[in-house]
Write a protein that binds this ligand. Structure first.
Ligand SMILES: C[C@H](c1ccccc1)n1cc(-c2ncnc(N)c2C#N)cn1
Length: 285
């Protein structure tokens, strides 16, 4: 890629495409247990990019209801070397809030709930366990961490201090509305959208714009609805083969992770393709 690099994530890069445009490139890298694995998953970048493109279309009515838009300019007008796994997007003034919506209790949410009986400002009923469906989806914002660190959970008051009261309210309501639409579509495809993270920015006209990738297995927890069983960690739709193999390999989760065997790579590629095909109802090609 001969464009200037703007930012590098674990599995993605952002390049300066000039004229107030950025190029978001998704790699075939996969991360598990907070490590980027040495073995790529063929087509992962293309599948997740095409899934984001599809979701931007699906979410446009929800965005319009809030007077908001999304940042996607083109997923075809991109350099040949990254064809199918890059999005040309509008450069935004990104808001410093990771807008997370949770429909189910899991991970850090379960820890917070077991300590306090609530998640952030939202009191929850007693008796919920890992994997429980929440009575209503909850907005659980965080601030972007430095590279390699975990995002820091923040409460709504902190969001207000960061972006103002009106914008904070707008972020919460829009995040929850986008999550609800995503969860509804996913449920129809046999996938439980346990939680997801959106990023927003401001466009040149000051309007709210949905950025980043949306509703992919990298920005969300996808659980197969068929195996949902609250009371224990739920299997990941896409990463469970990798997690199970890494655990069985004896890897200590601290030293550099081992290469994945071919069958785990192939099975994982198939999970990404299945997620795309089940959600969109179209064949991945
Ligand atoms: C966090 C995320 C990231 C993605 C990929 C790799 C590392 C970081 N990122 C998004 C922007 C960004 N900045 C200005 N306008 C935009 N439309 C976007 C977007 N999307 C900068 N970084």
């Amino acid at each position: 890629m001969d464009l200037p690099l703007v930012a590098r994530g674990k599995v993605r890069e952002v390049y300066d495409a000039g004229d107030d445009r950025l190029l978001l490139v998704a790699s075939d890298r996969i991360s598990a247990y907070d490590h980027v694995l040495p073995t790529p998953i063929p087509d992962k970048g293309r599948v997740l990019t095409q899934l984001s493109v599809w979701w931007f279309e699906q979410l446009t009515p929800v965005l319009s209801a809030f007077g908001a838009t999304h940042h996607l300019v083109s997923a075809t007008d991109v350099p040949a070397g990254v064809a199918g796994r890059a999005m040309l997007v509008r450069r935004l003034d990104m808001l410093p809030v990771e807008c997370v919506a949770r429909g189910y209790l899991s991970g850090s949410g379960t820890v917070e709930y077991s300590r306090t009986g609530s998640i952030r400002d939202v009191t929850l009923p007693p008796g919920l366990v890992e994997g429980s469906r929440l009575p209503e989806p909850v907005f659980t914002p965080s601030t972007k961490a430095e590279v390699g660190e975990h995002d820091e959970a923040i409460d709504f008051a902190r969001v207000v201090s960061l972006v103002g009261a009106a914008r904070a309210e707008e972020l919460r309501e829009l995040t929850l509305a986008l999550y609800r639409r995503g969860a509804e579509v996913a449920a129809g495809a046999g996938i439980l959208l346990a939680d997801t993270k959106f990023e927003f920015g401001l466009g040149a006209d000051g309007g709210l714009v949905l950025g980043d990738e949306v509703l992919t297995p990298d920005s969300s927890r996808f659980w197969p609805a068929s195996s949902w069983a609250p009371g224990a960690p739920q299997p990941s739709f896409d990463k469970q083969y990798v997690r199970d193999w890494l655990t069985s390999s004896g890897w200590d989760r601290v030293s550099p992770p081992p290469e994945l065997p071919d069958d785990v790579v192939a099975a994982t590629r198939e999970r990404y393709v299945a997620a795309y095909e089940q959600l969109t109802g179209t064949s991945f090609r």
